[in-house]
Design a protein around this ligand. Structure first.
Ligand code: HEC
Ligand code: HEC
Length: 447
């Protein structure tokens, strides 16, 4: 009897002690990301309830939350989020509380209908979200440049270029706008956060030191954010970075042919590893940036980062972070010649591919002639939407959209003849036979 109760006490002590243990920096970072409005709000809360009025409907749909997520390409929050979809968050307005976006608007994706923090959100139409949430509040606010040209991509880089234009080096607001080279045709695909831990340099151009914490804070440049708020948030962002570095890629959930994958691994070692590294127990990653003319993928994203922005960034608070070294005390932006060859961990889940999302499947990545030119997809992430043979998203080839089509519909068509959306280049798989390509794809499933 007594022994029994001691056992019960011991069993009870276990979980209590675990709950009281100090959270690790990564756990603190996760909590900060899931609970903190680092970016100030844009809309009153009523915008969420009223957005359907902009959709041309007579009454509010019964399954409103799901319809709302579908329209803008948002996903259910896998954490407590006041009933809002992942990527929409309660946040301060000039007066009172409203709603805004957060990191997961773009970095909270979904695969097989399951939300995954850290997977890029390749369903998002952030242009529609901003336009319609403002319209639902009867606000005349217009987006100052195209936030999205094609659904699934964003103009994330231009956000930084635009917003830094209104800040001094110390991030004080200034009414004197500096044009730091604003372009809005880079059509950026959001990379998966779990790749960060392998990188020495980050972002598609590899122009920023991957250890930089302050660079992750650029989205805080909402006009209501004061310079002291950036400083206050820096320790939290240090934890957020630790969280990002702790993330692991999801495993391919279906069976694969181990023998075929083994053949694929040999082909990968011979044709791909020098840029994308090796995988397995002792992985290597060369962190290679491939010159634009050599890689041959679309140039716009590269060209949209003008030296005058790089210079302004490098003089600003963002680059003045202490690195703990007297020799290289800061993280300035450096000039690069092209795009960084990314690590390929979890690559099966991160389609569409390339920095502009112009190749919907791995089959297209490995065969430049097989890439579709004008296509749409469901923008859903269920098993039925996934192409298991080609690995990536099922697409339908369609004719060019008409100017008379609604903008939200036009953005569902990926037109590779448009600026920023070229699908050429990266021809390294072209010389392989169909059988060899299939073997490489089988291997890629295992990463
Ligand atoms: C509007 C969409 C959007 C939002 C919001 C956003 N990001 Fe990103 N993020 C991107 C895109 C697109 C890229 C790729 C840009 C590039 O490489 O030039 C990126 C790149 C990154 C990278 C580099 C990844 C790599 O492997 O190179 C990190 C880290 C990152 N974002 C963290 C954050 C954090 C933290 C927040 C919130 C404070 C955030 N992002 C908010 C779209 C967004
Ligand atoms: C000379 C260097 C180089 C070689 C060789 C190379 N790649 Fe790449 N790869 C790149 C670069 C750079 C990118 C990014 C291009 C862009 O986004 O515009 C890339 C992109 C990719 C992507 C898309 C990544 C993503 O997240 O969207 C995949 C998949 C890929 N490569 C697979 C392969 C395979 C498989 C091989 C071998 C058959 C290979 N690559 C050979 C440099 C290389």
């Amino acid at each position: 009897m007594i022994r029994g109760s001691i056992l019960i006490v011991l069993l009870m002590a276990g979980p209590v002690a675990a709950a009281e243990r100090e959270p690790t920096p990564a756990e603190r970072g996760q909590r900060a990301l899931e609970t903190t409005a680092f970016i100030k709000g844009f809309w009153p809360k009523s915008s969420y309830d009223n957005a359907w009025k902009i959709w041309g409907l007579k009454e509010k749909p019964a399954d409103y939350a799901a319809k709302f997520r579908d329209r803008y390409g948002l996903h259910e929050a896998p954490y407590e989020n006041d009933g809002y979809p992942m990527g929409l968050r309660k946040a301060d307005l000039l007066l009172g509380k409203g709603l805004g976006i957060d990191c997961m608007t773009c970095h909270g994706g979904s695969i097989f209908g399951k939300s995954v923090v850290g997977l890029g959100n390749h369903a998002l139409d952030i242009e529609a979200l901003f336009e319609e949430m403002a319209a639902a509040a009867n606000s005349p606010a217009k987006v100052p440049f195209a936030f999205t040209n094609v659904r699934g991509t964003t103009e994330a880089g231009p956000f930084a270029v635009y917003l830094l234009g209104y800040r001094t080096d110390d991030l004080a607001l200034t009414p004197l706008y500096r044009d730091l080279g604003l372009h809005d045709d880079s059509c950026e695909d959001t990379p998966a956060w779990w790749l960060l831990k392998k990188k020495k340099t980050m972002y598609h151009l590899g122009a920023t030191d991957a250890r930089s914490v302050r660079s992750l804070m650029q989205f805080m440049m909402h006009p209501l954010t004061t310079p002291s708020e950036f400083k206050k948030a820096e320790p939290q962002f240090r934890d957020v970075q630790k969280y990002l570095l702790s993330l692991e890629s999801p495993k391919y959930p279906f069976a694969f042919d181990a023998k075929k994958a083994e053949g694929g691994q040999k082909l990968f070692a011979a044709n791909c590893a020098k840029c994308h590294g090796t995988y397995g127990d002792t992985p290597t990653y060369p962190d290679r940036i491939v010159p634009l003319d050599e890689i041959g993928t679309d140039r716009k994203k590269f060209e949209s980062l003008e030296p005058k922005f790089a210079k302004a960034y490098s003089k600003s608070w963002f680059a003045k972070e202490s690195t703990g070294s007297w020799f290289f005390p800061r993280y300035p932006m450096r000039e690069t010649e092209g795009y960084q060859a990314p690590p390929l961990d979890g690559i099966w889940a991160t389609g569409p591919y390339f920095h502009n999302g112009s190749a919907p499947t791995l089959d297209g990545v490995l065969n430049s002639r097989a890439r579709p030119k004008m296509f749409t997809r469901s923008y859903r992430t269920d098993e039925a939407d996934f192409d298991r043979d080609k690995v990536g998203w099922k697409v339908t080839e369609v004719p060019a959209p008409k100017a008379s089509d609604e903008a939200i519909e036009r953005r569902k068509v990926y037109d590779t003849t448009k600026p920023g959306r070229g699908n050429g280049g990266h021809t390294y798989g072209d010389k392989l036979t169909a059988e060899e390509r299939a073997a490489v794809i089988e291997y890629l499933k295992t990463l």
